[in-house]
Design a protein around this ligand. Structure first.
Ligand SMILES: NC(=O)c1ccc[n+]([C@@H]2O[C@H](COP(=O)([O-])OP(=O)(O)OC[C@H]3O[C@@H](n4cnc5c(N)ncnc54)[C@H](OP(=O)(O)O)[C@@H]3O)[C@@H](O)[C@H]2O)c1
Length: 341
């Protein structure tokens, strides 16, 4: 197969290329595409250097499947035409996620969305995936009624520029860490990606604020579960917070079901589910954290608790690698589902 990675030089695109190699996806020719500024660079695939080319429709001619990860505006500008010309486009951006007729797919959670050989498939937001891998199996068991999602999102969720901003700020504050209890606010580093200081801080703004007070990220996290689970009326409230973690998103989940469900039943359902590993033995120090989830091909789920006075509700905590599990791996899983099963 001719396979393209669009946004090949980015945080997610690099992971996509790595995963295609790791999983031995049947690639006969790999086409790496990015912006004009990266044209001519080379990236390694199966021990060989592959030259990155500038994205254009012509570059995608004859490509069977394109894994697309270059931002929503770039996706909107070429995916519909490339799909019409015969390339199956698996898109990581928000461009087509809520478009009727475009599957929003997590193969472990809603594989039925991929029936019928779709030409455009949308990969959900990385926080949505982290939450849905934990909630999907519980929904199947007990019927989901409502969700409160509070996310702790790593800086790589904003791409390589986000990681660089955190590391630069940590460097700038080196030697001044002990003063941060009474900081000289004028001297705190601020960057273009996160606005407020991200080193040694948390920022309750991921994306831009909308007229309803929710950020763009929160709006996505509220809308996408409804489509994935086929529950258009599902009540979802989200708060997204950026934290100074390089890789790995965490989500605190309050889930309400249509019947009582115990933590024991939930653990059993999650142990049987694909894409999830239960780590839930807090007394022995076993519970998920983002750095433990980084590099893994599962979401780690734990801290599963009852909710006082509400036997139909559970509180839990899920962590996943936002670049792999929350983006690149989902895209490759979709490609495997469509082409290699
Ligand atoms: N990071 C995450 O955790 C995550 C998770 C889920 C989904 N996503 C989505 O994945 C996409 C990429 O995110 P990222 O984090 O990988 O960003 P990134 O590190 O900033 O990488 C962006 C990539 O897009 C390419 N690109 C930018 N403008 C382009 C253009 N006009 N034509 C062709 N290629 C262009 C860049 O190429 P150059 O290097 O040449 O500029 C680079 O390869 C976004 O839509 C994002 O929302 C990200």
């Amino acid at each position: 197969m001719r396979v393209a990675v669009v946004g090949a030089t980015g945080a997610v695109g690099r992971e996509m290329t790595r995963i295609l190699e790791e999983r031995d996806f049947p690639v006969d020719e790999l086409v790496l595409l990015a912006s004009a500024k990266s044209a001519g660079r080379t990236l390694r695939f199966r021990g060989e250097e592959v030259t990155v080319r500038e994205l254009s429709l012509e570059a995608l001619l004859g490509v069977d499947v394109a894994l697309v990860s270059a931002g929503a505006a770039v996706s909107r500008s070429f995916v519909p035409e490339a799909a019409a010309a015969g390339t199956t486009c698996i898109d990581n951006s928000s461009a087509f996620r809520m478009e009727p007729g475009v599957p929003l797919a997590i193969p472990e959670v809603n594989p039925e969305a991929l029936e019928g050989a779709p030409r455009i498939v949308a990969v959900p937001n990385c926080t949505t995936i982290t939450a849905m891998l934990a909630v999907g199996p519980l929904h199947r068991a007990a019927g989901l009624r409502g969700l409160v999602l509070s996310s702790y999102q790593s800086v790589s969720g904003a791409g390589w520029k986000g990681e660089r901003e955190l590391f630069e700020q940590i460097e700038k504050l080196r030697g001044r860490e002990e003063d941060l209890g009474r900081p000289d606010r004028e001297a705190l580093p601020e960057g273009e990606v996160f606005g407020k200081t991200i080193a040694y801080n948390v920022v309750a703004k991921v994306g831009d604020f909308g007229p309803d007070g929710y950020t763009g990220e929160e709006s996505k996290i509220m809308a996408e579960p409804r489509k994935i689970l086929g529950l258009p009326e599902l009540r979802v409230v989200a708060t997204s917070v950026r934290v100074p973690v390089p890789v790995g998103h965490a989500v605190s989940i309050l889930a309400e079901f249509s019947r009582p469900i115990s933590p024991e039943e939930a653990r059993e359902a999650l142990r049987a589910a694909p894409g999830v590993e239960v780590r839930d033995d807090p007394a022995n120090g076993v519970y998920p954290s983002p750095i433990e989830a980084a590099g893994l091909d599962v979401a780690l789920v734990g801290r599963i608790r009852r909710v006082e006075h509400d036997p139909n509700a559970l509180a839990l905590f899920s962590c996943a690698d936002n670049l792999r599990m929350g983006a690149a791996l989902d895209a490759v899983h979709v490609a495997e589902h469509l082409f290699t099963r």
